[in-house]
Design a binder for this molecule. Structure first.
Ligand SMILES: Cc1ncc(C[n+]2csc(CCOP(=O)(O)OP(=O)(O)O)c2C)c(N)n1
Ligand SMILES: [Mg+2]
Length: 354
């Protein structure tokens, strides 16, 4: 991978982290209200996968979707303004954090219902296949979605019709406060795909290069006509489930240690939830962002000064997005009414009556 590409991945992870931390701050100040699900810790997943996508591909994401939208090319200003519920937001301030949508960039949303992204992706992929187009559909969902009926129904139909979908499970090991081994009989999510004859792989979701390579390989197969493919990415969120969740069910020590590569430490954790030692904690610094930044520096791709410059550029972009969101007007009641009428098939039919 060349310098430009490496820096592109790093830049997007830095943007993602800065965007989410700024959103958390705005929420704490009461400027963003409602639900707000943040992505710090999981950046390598969205960045690695979406850098492997083509502009013509369709993206379907969950309520934890700000970063997917950002990496897809929706301007930070338009996303932040949406979080603020402002008229300049990408959904005109009427969707909020969980309902980011951009037809032009083929970003088919943000969905609040767990497991909802799967049938949406299925429909989009059916449309693509029906028209014999070369595009793929990238469908993101959490580990919590894999016990929903929609997961199984969608995988079955996707396989049966050989639809061009890349299923991406963001396995952060938690469904709100419930750890995966308490909600799933099989904790290696990718194994479920074989029940439908869908080729599936697992990759380290804290390693952006591994994610990117796996996504590219599977997308090549999707485009080659091999039907749906499944990618499970093991990751971890550093914050609570949403801003309303202090995440006290996870000891701080676990937050730092969960991603330790040592399978014995992971097994001990599973069995007794014991706290790791200081040495284990130090060895388990798997913050994907820091690791990748170190990798770039060590690999001679980026020196300290260039990294600082990159961070400053990114911070300026995000500060500008917050300023823009703060200063933008809120939608009026008339705006809401117009949107409602425009969206209703019934009114459209009435308008078009002779
Ligand atoms: C059908 C449905 N049931 C319950 C909820 C409440 N809920 C919101 S998020 C969530 C957890 C989902 O966890 P996961 O899919 O692992 O995604 P993560 O938040 O970890 O990214 C639940 C149960 C919901 N939104 N939809
Ligand atoms: Mg989860």
């Amino acid at each position: 991978m060349d310098n430009t590409h490496m820096t592109g991945l790093l830049r997007d992870m830095l943007r993602a982290r800065a965007f989410e931390e700024a959103a958390a701050q705005s929420y704490a100040q009461g400027e963003i209200v409602g639900f707000l699900h943040l992505y710090p810790g999981e950046e390598a997943v969205a960045v690695g996968v979406l850098h492997a996508a083509e502009p013509g591909d369709y993206i379907v994401s969950t309520y934890r979707e700000h970063v997917h939208a950002l990496v897809r090319g929706i301007p930070a200003r338009a996303i932040m303004a949406e979080l603020y519920g402002k008229k300049t937001g990408v959904s005109a301030g009427m969707g909020g954090s969980m309902h980011i949508f951009d037809r032009e960039r083929r970003f088919l949303g943000g969905y609040a219902i767990v497991g909802e992204t799967l049938p949406i992706a299925l429909g989009a992929a059916y449309a693509v296949a029906y028209r014999r187009l070369p595009e793929a559909v990238l469908c993101f969902f959490g580990d919590g979605a894999v016990n929903q009926g929609t997961f199984h129904e969608s995988l079955n139909m996707a396989a049966l019709w050989r639809l061009p979908i890349l299923f991406v499970c963001e396995n952060n090991h938690y469904q709100i406060g419930t750890e995966i081994h308490r909600h799933s009989a099989i904790t290696d999510v990718y194994k479920r795909a074989c029940g439908y004859g869908i080729p599936a792989e697992q990759a380290d979701g804290m390693d952006v290069l591994a994610v990117h390579a796996a996504a590219r390989r599977l997308l090549d197969r999707v485009r080659g006509g091999d039907g749906p493919q499944f990618l499970e990415l093991s990751t971890y969120r550093f914050r609570g489930h949403s801003m309303a969740d202090p995440g006290t069910y996870r000891p701080q020590a676990e937050v730092k240690a969960h991603e330790a590569a040592d399978p014995i430490a992971a097994a001990i954790h599973e069995i007794s939830l014991s706290y790791p030692s200081r040495a284990e904690l130090a060895a388990s610094d798997r913050d994907s962002l820091k690791r990748f930044a170190d990798h770039c520096c060590q690999g001679g791709h980026l020196d300290d000064a260039a990294l600082k410059r990159l961070q400053a550029e990114v911070q300026a972009e995000i500060d500008d997005a917050v300023r823009h969101a703060r200063e933008s007007p809120a939608p009026t009641l008339d705006d809401a009414w117009d949107a409602l009428l425009r969206n209703r098939r019934f009114e459209t039919l009435l308008e078009n009556l002779p």
